[in-house]
Design a binder for this molecule. Sequence first.
Ligand code: BGC
Length: 397
Amino acid sequence: MTTSRRTVITAAAAAGLAASAATTGTAHAKSGGDSAGSGGDSAGKGGAVKEHFGTLADGTDVDRWTIENGRTRLRVLSYGGIVQSLEIPDRHGRRANVSLGFDDLDSYVANSPYFGALIGRYGNRIARGTFTLDGKKYQLPINDGPNSLHGGDKGFDKHVWSVEAFRKGADVGLTLRRVSPDGEMGYPGTLTVRVDYTLTAEGDFRIDYEATTDKATVVNLTNHTYYNLAGEGSGSIYNHRLEIAAARYTPVDKTLIPTGELARVAGTPFDFRRTKEIGRDIREAHQQVLYGQGIDHNFVLDKGITSRPEHFLTVTEPESGRVMRIATTEPGAQFYTGNFLTGTFAGTSGKVYRQGDAFALETQHFPDSPNQPSFPSTVLRPGQTYRSTTVHSFSTR
Ligand code: BGC
């Protein structure tokens, strides 16, 4: 792997503020694998470090940005807006990377099951890749059995985003932007998208999504980070203790399309209303667990759609003591237990990823909403602004 050029840009300078406090200099960039908390950044607290990560086959350069605040360090690629690593401390203050990923661009292009990626235009599935809007039928690429998944075969996860660092008060962050042309992956309207990844002074990780369109369309943006709070590559997440404030979920057919029912979780493996281990019921021969090869389902959050992010989930890893709490404005969250990680590739730490080695929690509107009139609408019209916020808070116990 080549040693890359590293530019140090302070968030203040990037935000166009007085550059006098700017930390400048160069450091020997390590290759992408430096994700286990070994430091080496010369920008200091609040600084954003940009380095060359790789080059796509068409010659486009891909950068990796590092930001840090509180005890949290986040690494993001301009390719797919991918969260390459997220480092948080355990109860002894030892940081580890808790998100699955790769240390090189080629693996992301060739192999990635959406590790850390921004998902659009439509997170999750649309049945048979088709929907009708204002009387017009649209056809999207089919890339998951008979359905369209995560925006089609070249979704937002496979595009290079423009990235800028910012500082707002005690927050530091990255703004990612992209304009998705009218008709891209079959979706109508030019969609102008902005995503802010913010680390607060407390080290919380906040994601704000915003989009506008010039024609009626459907939008459902999310992030596909795979978490293992014991550390990426450390084995199964079945011992993590999880609580989700959701009395209902959306059961699916065998192609993982919701049946339209909002079923009660009571008495099923989907009942996480009281804290339980993720693995406790994962081997129950419940039809829905068989369809998902584990849990791969949208939970209907009790809080519903909210204008401000509201808490709905707490997950704890008992050995490290790491705790993640999630709040969102969205009405749903796909809880996916890494069922399709099949030991066919190794991640950042060089360890092979196997089934159940991570979970994803994709805050979202419900899957297949464009075909389900009883679900909250995902339609966006000219003049409206799509907004969605999810906050991940970290602590230890
Ligand atoms: C889906 C899974 C899929 C995974 C990665 C999740 O959001 O629900 O079915 O395998 O993404 O592709």
